[in-house]
Each structure stands twice: as C-alpha cells, then as structure tokens.
Design a protein around this ligand. Structure first.
Ligand SMILES: CC(=O)SCCNC(=O)CCNC(=O)[C@H](O)C(C)(C)COP(=O)(O)OP(=O)(O)OC[C@H]1O[C@@H](n2cnc3c(N)ncnc32)[C@H](O)[C@@H]1OP(=O)(O)O
Ligand SMILES: CC(C)C(=O)C(=O)O
Length: 518
C-alpha cells in the first residue's frame, strides 16, 4: 500500500471513492438515465478511481438497473451500492452489485448524531448501535467488502461515534466512513475527530477510515485533506464537486492538491489525472450543468492568462504563473485544430480525448454536424464538439425537430413555423408569440400537446465571435419531473427549439420509466 519516494520517505495511498453517480446524482438537475450513468462510469474507469458508488439500488428500478449494468460492464474499479441499515435495502444492493464479483462492495449507513437519531430516525442510541451492527453482519453474509457510514458523524458525540465505529469494525466493516453530511466542520476540527478515532478505537487499524465531506461552507476539499493528514485512507468525492446542496468534495481538486503539493504531502492516488478534464466535460455535457469558469482545475479559465504582466511572465517561463501544467489535467497542448478540412479520424480522436466514446452511428451523425458547423465557423473548438455530442447522444427520441422558420423584428409580431416528426408522422404548426423564442416554444407545445413548464432559460455562447455557437440550457418540468434540456446552434432561436425538444424527450423518457415502460 505504501510507495517509496525518491528520497526514501514513504507515501501513503489514498483511495478515491467516486460518488458522482450516487450523491452527485442526488442533486437537482443532475439525474441521469442508465445509458448516461454507464457513460460516466466508463469514464471513471479510465480515470482509474478505486471505487465507484454507482447508485442507491433500492431507490428505484432505474437506479437498480444502472448499478447492475455498471457492475456487469466495468472490469477494474470496485463497485459499491448504497443501502440503509435494513435487510431489504442490503438484499437489493447486493442483487445489483454482485455482478462485480470480488470487486463488489456493500455500503450501508445509519445516522449517529443526536439530532438525526431523535428527529429523523426516532431511535434511541442503543437501538441505532444495534441496527448498525446487525446491518454490517447481514451484509457480511454476502461479501467481505463492507463499508459502514455514520451519517452526520461530525455532529455525533465523540464517545458514541467511537463506540459505533469500534462495534461496526468488530462486526466486519472493512471501511468505516466518517461523513460531514451537512458540511459543518472545519479542517482543524475534522483533523481532531479523525485523530480521536485513531486514538480511541482499539480495532481502528483493521479498517480503512474514509471521509465524505459536503461543501456547505466551501470547506469540503480542505476538510478532506485535513482528514487525510490525520490518517484517513479513503476520500469520497465527485466530479465537478456535484452532490447534495452545495455539493461534495471535488475529486479533481483533491487529487490535484495531492499531486501538485507532493513536496509536503506524502500521499498518492491512483487517479490518471490526464483524464480529469474529459471527465468533467463529459459530466457537464450529460447533465447540462456547466462548471463555473473560475472553478479550480476544470473551469474554462483555470489555465487562462489574460493580463499583460502574467502573459509576459508565461512567455519567459510558464512556472511564473502555473503551479501545474495544463497537460497534467488533460488539456492537450498542441491539440489538432479541427476545421472543415478535418477528417473522421482526427474528429474521432479528439472526441475520445474529450471523453466521448460514440458508437459508429452516433459518430457518423456527429461528424455530419461537425462538417456543417465547420462550414459556418473558422475553427471548431472543443466546447463546440461537446455541444455537438450533447445534441447527438440523446436517449430514444419521441420528438424530432425537422424544420424551423421564424420571422420577427421591431415592427412585426414574431411568428414561428415548426415542422416535427412525432411517432414517425410529419406535423407542422405556426404560432405567434411575444418574441421569436416564445413563438417557437408555443408551436412546439401545440405539436407535442405538452403542458410542460419552462422553469429556467439560459443562453450562453460556447466560444467567442459572432459565428460562435449559442447554447441554450432549459429546466423544464411536467409536475412530476424536472429535466434539463440543451441545444446548440449558431442560431440561438434554433438552439432554443432544440433545447426544448430535448427536454420534452427527457420528460417523455422519465414518464415512460415511471410507468415501467423502460
Ligand atoms: C446523507 C445521504 O445522502 S443519505 C442518502 C440519501 N439518498 C436517498 O434518499 C436516495 C433516494 N431515496 C429514496 O428513493 C427513498 O427515500 C427510499 C426508497 C430510500 C426510501 O423511501 P421510503 O420508504 O418512502 O421512505 P422515506 O424516504 O420517506 O423515509 C425514509 C425512511 O427510512 C428511514 N431511514 C433513514 N435512514 C435510514 C438508515 N440509514 N437505516 C435505516 N432506516 C433509515 C427513516 O427513518 C424513514 O423511516 P420510516 O419510513 O419508517 O419513517
Ligand atoms: C450516506 C452518507 C455517506 C452520505 O452521503 C452523507 O452522510 O452525506
């Protein structure tokens, strides 16, 4: 487990437990269907994380099937399924993860803080302790690889936390997780909590201590790092830091802290950091949620130098303003420039570098879109490719936009004519509206008979210049589900129409899934 460094000092392995597909997916706007989850899981495998928490199998049939499929498909990482401390949850988790064979992990949890025990579980501490022990023993009946989490550990009385940790290790837990469920702790406090457990739990060396930090106060990465320094051996984190409320510890940030400051931090991870950018982009493409430009490591500006003094320094030597190289996180230097003369090989290679593995049919469709775009733009950027892939790698489409014609101006009423293919039938409608987007959405609503509500509408430019692609992101709800729709085009009205049709297709898919049709 330990690795020698050049100067003979020991480095400790920090296991990376990725929960993008479980805690990450729990946050609004981030839910994914099975195919999308599988694509993210494949990318996480390339990223070489140690453990993937693929979902919460008892939560829904869809979640169960996704965990099962991921366990059946991936060959390298351990696959964990989360479950409450109850036999039926554990049975269901095992049913899904068992396909990973020796790499299957059951992750069971129960809350241990007074607040959670009293108000949520309405259980006495002794009952919680007994339930936790029983759950771990029951899970051990299926596999030796059992993780136990004390939910809201940070707000748990320390002697009780130590008692639960000791008892669950005795019951067979091989990883014990200490979550900061509500993002409340600070680095020094969390360091002391982990040290307390190290010093007061007699069997602590028999299990790996894990931490799972939320970001409510913006401290999740700092707290995880403090826990590592206190002896934690596993960190739970997510791509782009997504997760409940303000999110989880960001995988890319934590991993790059360990890599960049290896001079003072004697730890290492197995993560292939060159895959970080692709992983981040793939997730954004799938969920439609972009990372803020100034986000550390994967934000669009993370390696951009705009001001003169910085640019001058960079020209003299990049170490003046760069503490890590763009290449180390997968931002390729000297990448092929894609334009209208580029061929399928270069196109496919760049897509792969960006984390997009498309089947032949999707690749062909995306290539046609790429050529059309290259005719309109001088240079096609990575962000343009992400948008094309987002448009093309859609789940089964009930509704297809065939044609859009809009007329508007300061003196005329906006009119939109839309032609769509619905269930193989070509239909056309025209509507007037309060502006071209309103008219377009009205016409689409008329054709699809949809009453879905537009909750949020954002338009942004993918790259610079007047020939840039506009990207529209919408949140649309049908009362039962809230989905994100995305569309891109050099024409923002067309991008809006595509985003709305994308959202309607997603709602249709969710509806079908809810009715058991998927
Ligand atoms: C901190 C975290 O991130 S925890 C993980 C959060 N993730 C999720 O909740 C995933 C999605 N959840 C779901 O789909 C649903 O909540 C389900 C399927 C898990 C449960 O649904 P329901 O049976 O309808 O219960 P509901 O969610 O309303 O309430 C939770 C129940 O679990 C109990 N419970 C909560 N945590 C635990 C636990 N760790 N162990 C045992 N029981 C628990 C609660 O006391 C409550 O019990 P009650 O129904 O007897 O009152
Ligand atoms: C179930 C645990 C690991 C969790 O998600 C939390 O406490 O935040």
């Amino acid at each position: 487990m330990a690795q020698e460094t050049k100067n003979g000092a020991e480095r400790r392995l920090i296991r990376i437990f990725d929960t993008t597909l479980r805690d990450g997916e729990q946050s609004p706007g981030n839910s994914m269907n099975m195919e999308e989850k599988l694509r993210v899981a494949r990318q996480l495998e390339k990223l070489n994380v140690d453990i993937i928490e693929a979902g919460f199998p008892i939560a829904s049939v869809g979640d169960f099937e996704a965990v099962k499929r991921i366990a059946q498909t991936l060959t390298k990482p351990q696959i964990a399924g989360l479950c409450r401390s109850s036999d039926k949850d554990i049975d269901r988790a095992w049913e899904a993860v068992q396909y990973a064979g020796e790499r299957a992990r059951i992750h069971t949890f129960i809350a241990t803080s007074d607040i959670h025990m009293k108000y949520k579980l309405q259980m006495e501490p002794a009952k919680v302790l007994a339930t936790a022990v029983k759950a771990v023993k029951y899970a051990k009946g299926y596999t030796s690889n059992v993780e136990f989490s004390c939910e809201d550990a940070v707000r748990t009385r320390l002697p009780f936390l130590a008692e639960v940790v000791e008892a669950t290790i005795d019951a067979g837990a091989t990883t014990v997780n200490i979550p900061d469920t509500v993002g409340y702790t600070t680095p020094s406090e969390f360091y002391n909590i982990i040290r307390y457990l190290k010093e007061n739990v007699s069997n602590i060396e028999k299990a790996v201590i894990s931490v799972h930090c939320h970001n409510d106060l913006g401290l999740s990465v700092a707290n995880s790092l403090a826990a590592i320094q206190a002896g934690a051996g596993q960190v739970e984190c997510t791509i782009n830091g997504i997760g409940e409320r303000a999110g989880n510890c960001s995988l890319e940030e934590l991993v790059m802290v360990l890599r960049t400051r290896h001079d003072i931090l004697p730890y290492y991870t197995n993560v292939a950091t060159e895959q970080l950018t692709s992983s981040s982009r793939l997730l954004s493409t799938i969920t439609g949620i972009m990372v803020q430009p100034n986000k550390a490591i994967v934000g669009a500006n993370a390696f951009a130098h705009e001001s003169g003094i910085h640019q001058h320094g960079m020209m003299m030597d990049s170490s003046t303003y760069e503490i890590m190289t763009p290449e180390s996180v997968g931002l390729a230097a000297g990448a092929l420039v894609l334009g209208k003369h580029s061929g399928r090989h270069a196109f496919k290679k760049r897509l792969q570098e960006l984390g997009h593995e498309l089947d032949d049919e999707m690749l062909n469709r995306a290539f046609v879109r790429f050529k059309a775009l290259a005719d309109l733009k001088k240079e096609v950027f990575d962000e343009d490719l992400d948008a094309i892939v987002a448009d093309e790698s859609r789940e089964e489409e009930m509704y297809k936009l065939v044609l859009l014609n809009v007329s508007c101006g300061s003196l005329s009423v906006a009119t939109a004519t839309v032609k769509m293919e619905i269930n193989g039938q070509l239909l056309r409608a025209a509507e007037l509206g309060d502006g071209p987007v309103d008219a377009t959405l009205k016409a689409i609503r008329k054709l699809t008979k949809s009453k879905a509500k537009l909750e949020q509408f954002n338009v942004g430019s993918i790259t610079g210049g007047t020939d840039a692609q506009g990207e529209v992101t919408m949140r649309v709800s049908d009362g039962n589900h809230l989905v994100v729709g995305k569309g891109s085009s050099t024409d923002i009205i067309e991008a809006s129409a595509k985003a709305f049709v994308h959202a309607l297709n997603r709602l249709h898919y969710r509806q079908k899934k809810m009715n058991g049709g998927v």
